[in-house]
Design a protein around this ligand. Structure first.
Ligand SMILES: NC(=O)c1ccc[n+]([C@@H]2O[C@H](COP(=O)([O-])OP(=O)(O)OC[C@H]3O[C@@H](n4cnc5c(N)ncnc54)[C@H](O)[C@@H]3O)[C@@H](O)[C@H]2O)c1
Length: 487
């Protein structure tokens, strides 16, 4: 089937290349003429594992081409996928739909026959209706089926996710559009991919609800990691034990520096803005967003605390992208964490396997190296921020020998504390049973703690009526006067 995909970012380019692989005749279109020119020269504007090879082979097979300028909607085109960005609005945190609306107008102007307009961009409920209205206003003589087909791919494994999706959600009640989408995705559904038909509004909501739920899972395990540190439990064991429960699942249950990326932060905020518009309060989503913001700030303080003194210290930063397998740095937790370290007077030296170009423009004051070993050479401390597999394979004896200091902060729990310690490094992970051995006093001020005597703070607690966990926490609070957290 002849299809045009509008927007050649992470979603549009993957969608276009993968639809071509399914046998469709695809034109990927973008208003960014420079990006299209690069693609036409065979250059990739983004890093996504396997994408470059797939694009090249589909172009060579004649199933994939690129266009800018006039929208190439000839009579043979039957469907248009919309995969443009929906960033946070500059006014509030709602989704900025200006690109989606502009595309609807452009389709209306260029259409020469009835079309299915398939919205892949993440958009709030009601957007499909608005797109339909725009198309009707701009081109009253042509019938359009506006379908919501949210995208669930993950950067870093986008090709695999497209080829074997957990589900394909198609939101429309129009039967011809349902048949058309079933045709487009038939090669995947024949291999077992579930195709879920819903009303358009439900499909729009599914995407936001799914992302908010996954974000909440991450925020939840991060809070449990804090409690593990206070209570002498190990979050890695807790996460394993929880994740094996099929009702819970292991995915998105890894503690870390807070979620980031181009989706979770903006989608949770946009969901809250939409809920507010409907007069509905989403307390769990609100808490998730607040917990994640606090998490990123706490991680900056944690690194400073591990160092004892940040001023004038050189920190080797391993990884800055929001996760491994991508060059994407949108809303990466590394950004606020590294800003806090800079503000505390630390010198930053950075290595990331794929994120160097974006990092250079976002963090111009840092030094950049060509390898992890070069980054660590002479550093006072190491800070692992992204779980690139190559960091797991570091020769830690070599690392220790080349570093000036011995502090290794691993905000992904990627390296075992035992291995780090065996190499002579001081290991600072997240939520591990082994105490963080944080030096005191804290070099950064914490909010004032009301002066309470232990007896006043816990008048009702007695060993007889406390479960063991609370006993431990209560004992710690009494001893330290703080909450016992290591952040
Ligand atoms: N990145 C992800 O992992 C992911 C996953 C699922 C869903 N999504 C959603 O998919 C959508 C696209 O995300 P992305 O990460 O691919 O964005 P992106 O910023 O990487 O790409 C968007 C592309 O759209 C182009 N564009 C903007 N306005 C245009 C217009 N009027 N006409 C034609 N092209 C235009 C831009 O030039 C850019 O190339 C967003 O709504 C996002 O929330 C993203």
């Amino acid at each position: 089937m002849r299809i045009v995909v509008i927007g050649t970012g992470y979603v549009g380019l993957v969608t276009g290349a993968c639809l071509a692989e399914l046998g469709h005749d695809i034109t990927c279109y973008d208003t960014d003429a420079g990006k299209i020119a690069r693609l036409q020269r065979g250059e990739m504007p983004i890093f996504e594992p396997g994408l470059e090879e797939l694009v090249k082979s589909e172009v060579a097979a004649g199933r994939l081409s690129f266009a800018s300028g006039a929208l190439p909607l000839d009579r043979r085109v039957r469907a248009v996928f919309v995969a443009v960005g929906t960033p946070p609005s500059a006014i509030d945190h709602s989704a900025d739909l200006s690109a989606v609306h502009a595309v609807a107008e452009a389709i209306g102007r260029a259409a020469v026959r009835p079309l299915a307009v398939i919205v892949k961009s993440t958009v709030p409920v009601g957007t499909g209706e608005a797109v339909e209205r725009i198309l009707r206003d701009v081109r009253p003589g042509i019938a359009f089926d506006v379908v919501s087909n949210p995208e669930f791919l993950r950067e870093g494994s986008a090709l695999a996710d497209f080829r074997a999706p957990d589900r394909i959600v198609v939101g429309t009640s129009a039967k011809p559009a349902r048949r058309l989408l079933a045709d487009i995705y038939r090669p995947l559904t024949e291999r077992g991919a579930p195709l879920v038909f819903t009303e358009r509004a439900s499909a729009e909501m599914i995407k936001y609800a799914a992302n908010a739920f996954l974000a909440a899972k991450i925020a939840f395990i991060n809070e449990i990691a804090d409690l593990c540190e206070a209570a002498d439990a190990d979050v890695e064991e807790v996460s394993l034990g929880m994740g094996l429960d099929r009702r819970i699942g292991a995915a998105f249950l890894r503690p870390g520096p807070g979620y980031g990326g181009s989706c979770f932060p903006k989608d949770t905020e946009a969901l809250l803005a939409a809920a507010q518009g409907h007069g509905v309060q989403l307390r769990l989503v609100e808490s998730t967003v607040a917990a994640n913001e606090g998490r990123k700030r706490a991680m900056g303080r944690r690194v400073i605390r591990a160092l004892g003194e940040a001023h004038g210290r050189t920190i080797a930063v391993l990884g800055v992208t929001f996760k491994a397998g991508t060059d994407d740095m949108r809303q990466a937790p590394s950004l606020p964490i590294l800003a806090a370290l800079r503000a505390a007077g630390a010198r930053l030296r950075i290595f990331d396997p794929e994120g160097m170009a974006h990092a250079r423009s976002l963090l111009p004051e840092a030094d950049y190296t060509r390898s992890a070993y070069e980054c660590l050479d002479g550093a006072d401390a190491a800070l692992l921020l992204t779980d690139w597999p190559e960091f797991a394979a570091l020769d830690l004896a070599r690392v220790k020998a080349s570093m000036r200091g011995d502090v290794f902060v691993d905000l992904r729990n990627m390296l075992s504390p035992e291995r780090l310690r065996a190499a002579g490094l001081r290991a600072f992970g997240i939520g591990r049973r082994e105490k963080l051995a944080m030096p005191a006093p804290l070099p950064v001020p914490l909010p004032p703690v009301p002066a309470v005597r232990p007896s006043e703070a816990m008048p009702a607690l007695s060993p007889a009526d406390l479960p063991p966990l609370e006993l431990v926490a209560a004992a710690k609070a009494a001893k330290t006067g703080l909450n016992g957290h290591a952040t």
